[in-house]
Every structure is written in structure tokens, then in C-alpha cells.
Design a protein around this ligand. Structure first.
Ligand code: DAH
Length: 336
């Protein structure tokens, strides 16, 4: 019987070693280990052997079963590895991993912050959920002022609101810093606007504030001029137009010369033929604001400005719809 077992092991080994796929391997498992296999037949004959031969025969058949089982498993593993390496084309380019990047508005605001850092400004920030004091009262905007109309402001509970402007940060900075101060504050603002190509209920501003002894409107103009040149090119000119803001006196709106046509060109789509692009508001800080934060308006003067980041981006890249900034359409976002 031991010879028979040995021959069986040899035959099984040879067959399994040349099995070409796992289907053949399964047939061999049935043939060599299944219920009707020769091995089973040998095992059931053990009981008929003389008692002294039984232990050796039992051990040999048990061993054979193990050996064949192991051979099957090893062949299976080898076949799998073979098919894997045959199925892989090592000349194909690797899979590209998507890599996130900054949103256009984030990079623009970092760029502006860099420009102002170069002029000695610090960066400040404040909360988007604000109170009426910081958003209005301290900015010389009394309760009956039209800017406080329910139409414009998202009011929350308990006198809180979503800030409508980053000018709130002026107040927060001055309230805890002694002059001189020089800060810019980029951030998100909210207004109850119906959304169209040029209005959105959520948008971004960059606020600037410079307070010291003897700060003048000329300093404001020089600062804005410097920003315009760095942002849109050396040839950029600035002009001021009189305006009104509750928190500045005098107040201006400032325009940059058109970065596309460089002068009145009736067909220019960026400046609409005027040669100028309206950028933002600015002015000399109103003495009432200084009083609200405890600065002495007899000693200190300062300028402030605030501009819409979407507006600046639209000018610079010729974007014609403000909704694109928040749509999160990757085809838009990837362009910048
Ligand atoms: N906060 C103003 C707005 O949202 C912009 C502005 C104008 C900010 C004049 C200023 C400023 O600091 O001095 O329209």
C-alpha cells in the first residue's frame, strides 16, 4: 500500500504542476482528493489490513492528502501571479492623482495681502457673524440709515447679523490696538441681494485701514496707486470721484485706468468705452468712528478703503458673471 501511496503522490504532483488554469486545478482537486478519489479508496482499505500495518498506512495516506493539498494551493497562487503580470501593461502612463489648488479668490486675496505687506500693512480678520455695533453703529451708521434696511442685511437672532462689509474689522482692530495701525482684512460678506450676473448674496471684500498722526488723502491716493500698479501693471493710473460713506469724510470712489484698452476705446468690453474701471470705495476715517473706538480725532487721522474681490477678479480676467465664483464648477476653477 505504501508504494501505491507514493505513486499516487508522484502522479498528482506531475498533473498539478502542469495545470494551466484554475478550472483544471479544480478538476484535479476532485480527482485526487474527492470522495471517489483513489486516495479515499486507499484510506477505506486501511481497516482491512493486518493490525500492525495499519498505523503506517494511516500515516502515509494522511501525509499524501496534505502534500496534494499544498501542491494545489501553491499552483493556484502561481497561476494567479502569472495572470496578473501578464494583464499589466507596464508601458501605460501612471494614473494621475488629482491635486487640489487654491480658489481664484483665495489666490487673489493672498496676492493683495502680499502687496500691502510690502507697504507695511498687517493682516487682520473678524467674524462673519457680527453684531449691529461693529457692522453699523460704530461705523457711524445710525439705526435710521438706509444701509440698515432689512432688504440689505441678513439678520439673525439676538441682534446678530451676517456682516455686510469687512469695515467691521476696522472697529475690531482699533478697539484693541493703540495707533498707529496699518492693516488689511480680506473676508467674506453677505447681503440680501437677488442673484444675477453682477450681484451675489455672498461675496468677498478686502478692507484697508491706516491711522497715524498726519495721514492725508494724498497717502490714500499713493497707496491705492501703488496697489493698482502692482495688480494691473505699471501703466495703471488712479482717479478719485467724490462719493458718500457714513464712516469716511471726505469719501471717494476710485477707478483704475482700463487695463485692457489703456484709454477710451469705444469697443472695449472691460471699461465699456470709458477708459476707467470703477474699483472700490475709500475715504478719510470720520471723526465719529475715531470717537467710537476711543481714538482722539484731534491727534489722529487715517484713511480706509474697501473693495470687492470678485470685482477685481472680474476686471483682471474678463469674467462676466459673478455667480461663477461660488458655483464650484471645476471647469471654471481650473482655469486659474
Ligand atoms: N464698506 C464699503 C462697502 O461695502 C466699502 C468701503 C468704502 C470701505 C469706504 C471703506 C471705506 O473702508 O472707507 O461698500
Amino acid at each position: 500500500m505504501l508504494d501505491e501511496v507514493n505513486r499516487l503522490i508522484e502522479a498528482a504532483g506531475a498533473d498539478i504542476g502542469s495545470a494551466a488554469d484554475s478550472r483544471q486545478l479544480e478538476e484535479l482537486r476532485v480527482r485526487y482528493l474527492g470522495r471517489k478519489s483513489q486516495l479515499r479508496a486507499l484510506m477505506s482499505r486501511i481497516g482491512t489490513l493486518p493490525p500492525e500495518e495499519r498505523p503506517a498506512a494511516g500515516a502515509a495516506t494522511g501525509k499524501a492528502q496534505q502534500v496534494i493539498q499544498t501542491a494545489l494551493e501553491e499552483r493556484q497562487a502561481a497561476l494567479e501571479q502569472e495572470s496578473e503580470s501578464r494583464g499589466m501593461d507596464v508601458t501605460l502612463p501612471g494614473r494621475r492623482r488629482g491635486c487640489g489648488k487654491r480658489h481664484l479668490l483665495t489666490s487673489l486675496s493672498w496676492e493683495l495681502v502680499d502687496i500691502f505687506r510690502g507697504m507695511g500693512f498687517d493682516v487682520a480678520s473678524g467674524p462673519e457673524v457680527e453684531d449691529e455695533y461693529h457692522n453699523f453703529d460704530a461705523l457711524n451708521t445710525p439705526p435710521d440709515h438706509p444701509a440698515r434696511d432689512l432688504q440689505d442685511t441678513f439678520y439673525l437672532r439676538d441682534g446678530m447679523l451676517l456682516r455686510t462689509q469687512t469695515s467691521t474689522v476696522q472697529i475690531r482692530v482699533m478697539a484693541h490696538t493703540a495707533p498707529p495701525v496699518r492693516v488689511v482684512a480680506p473676508g467674506r460678506c453677505y447681503r440680501k441681494e437677488s442673484v444675477d450676473a453682477t450681484h451675489h448674496f455672498a461675496f468677498h471684500q478686502l478692507e484697508g485701514l491706516y491711522v497715524d498722526r498726519g495721514v492725508s488723502l494724498a497717502d490714500l491716493k499713493g497707496t491705492i496707486q501703488m496697489m493698482g500698479r502692482q495688480l494691473l501693471g505699471e501703466q495703471t493710473r488712479v482717479r478719485f470721484r467724490p462719493h458718500f460713506f457714513p464712516f469716511t469724510e471726505p469719501s471717494v470712489e476710485y477707478d483704475f485706468s482700463c487695463s485692457l484698452c489703456q484709454g477710451p476705446d469705444p469697443s472695449c468690453r472691460v471699461c465699456k468705452g470709458t477708459g476707467w474701471i470703477e474699483v472700490a470705495g475709500a475715504g478719510m476715517v470720520d471723526p465719529a468712528v475715531f470717537e467710537a473706538v476711543g481714538y482722539d480725532p484731534e491727534v489722529y487721522t487715517g484713511f480706509a478703503f474697501g473693495m470687492g474681490l470678485e470685482r477685481v477678479a472680474m476686471i483682471r480676467y474678463g469674467i462676466d458673471d459673478i455667480r461663477l465664483f461660488l458655483d464650484n464648477d471645476l471647469r471654471f476653477n481650473r482655469q486659474f
